[in-house]
Ligand binder design. Structure first.
Ligand code: MAN
Length: 353
């Protein structure tokens, strides 16, 4: 697989983003959704900001308060034995293993704009910021599907009652309609197909199940993009392989002659995130035709291996120009990068089932 990583990588780093909140630092500008609007490439960055702590014994947790529309900042002592601070992203209660109590940063969506897809200018203010009780821990990992002249932007809405997928829509990136939560908790990695198939809208999604099952890929259909049904499980984890721990959709599905090409992320149980692909039937996208046995991209560059949470390549959007696929991707839960791959080479690399 030929992969051309841009020389400018990482294209956007936290140092390029001015904090929106006083007394905070930007620790991540990553996992961006991608859109083309008015002749520009827009990256809808997940910006993560953290309250600065001057005391190494204190870990702070920012929480959006829907009543005041401000952030509350909670403080925890690192020697408090009720909590586990070993994962820098979260504060866990030692008695509830698996779940987390608080996040150490708050994420929201901010836009970076570019004429050439390489050099970006970052807006001063958020594009989509928490407003509701289901978003008090932040909004994360946006994806964008353009249908006609409407852009549907959907993201993980994180709060103490769970992580679900909520959606807003806009025609101009100024005025928004909030459609509420379209996939209830726990669910992430929703990808809405860019056109109807046999009269229905389709979306990939990734429930996290607690009774039986694993974090794997599902598909659902809808008449109106808001109410989703006829859920089907389409692809699962593979023991001993690069996608043995968790998996979820990445970029908006791309129509090719051979089928819908879905770039997805897979991780091992020790959290090494790679990108691979699924090929779905053009007429019935619940049918998986082919899949990557080997990742199409793995964390290799220094900026992919090292960062806030290292060994992560995680794409939320790509642009296609003929055979050239420009995959924008978050690196190490810290920054944004881009790489060009050949659509044909990806398709040729897949193993048919
Ligand atoms: C995981 C990671 C974090 C994220 C939380 C909540 O722990 O993906 O980056 O903030 O889930 O979604």
């Amino acid at each position: 697989m030929n992969i051309y990583r841009y020389e400018e990588n990482p294209l956007i780093t936290p140092a390029d983003v001015k904090p929106y909140h006083d007394g905070f630092e930007v620790i991540g500008a990553f996992n961006a959704g991608v859109a083309e609007y008015n002749g520009e490439v827009l990256l809808l960055l997940r910006v993560a900001e953290r309250p600065i702590s001057n005391d190494p014994m204190i870990v702070k947790a920012p929480v959006f308060n829907p009543e005041t529309q401000q952030l509350d900042i909670l403080e925890f002592r690192t020697d408090d034995e009720r909590y586990d601070f070993s994962d820098p992203r979260v504060i866990r209660n030692v008695n509830h293993s698996g779940t987390f109590e608080y996040l150490t940063s708050l994420s929201y969506i901010r836009v970076a704009r570019s004429k050439d897809g390489h050099r970006f200018t970052i807006d001063d203010k958020p594009l989509v910021y928490p407003t509701q009780t289901l978003e008090t821990f932040g909004i994360e990992d946006p994806r964008v599907t353009q249908i006609g002249d409407t852009y549907y932007i959907y993201f993980s809405a994180v709060s103490p009652v769970g992580v679900g997928e909520s959606m807003v829509s806009t025609k101009d990136f100024v005025n928004f309609t909030h459609h509420g939560m379209i996939f209830g908790p726990d669910n992430k990695d929703v990808l809405i197909f860019p056109e109807k198939i046999n009269g229905k809208y389709y979306a990939l999604h990734r429930p996290t199940t607690k009774s039986t099952g694993n974090p794997e890929m599902w598909i659902a259909e809808s008449d109106n993009l808001l109410y989703w049904g006829n859920h089907k499980h389409i692809a699962g984890l593979r023991e001993g392989m690069w996608d043995s721990g968790r998996m979820g959709g990445g970029a908006v599905p791309i129509r090719t002659e051979k089928g819908w090409l879905e770039l997805y992320h897979g991780a091992t149980l020790d959290h090494r995130y790679c990108m691979g692909a699924l090929l779905l039937d053009l007429n019935d996208p619940s049918k998986v035709i082919a899949r990557s046995n080997q990742p199409i991209m793995e964390p290799e560059a220094d900026y992919e291996k090292n960062g806030f949470f290292g060994d992560v390549v995680f794409s939320c959007g790509a642009l296609v120009d003929g055979d050239v696929l420009k995959m924008y991707y978050g690196v190490a839960d810290t920054s944004m990068a881009c790489a060009e791959l050949s659509v044909k080479e990806i398709l040729d690399s897949l193993t048919y089932l």
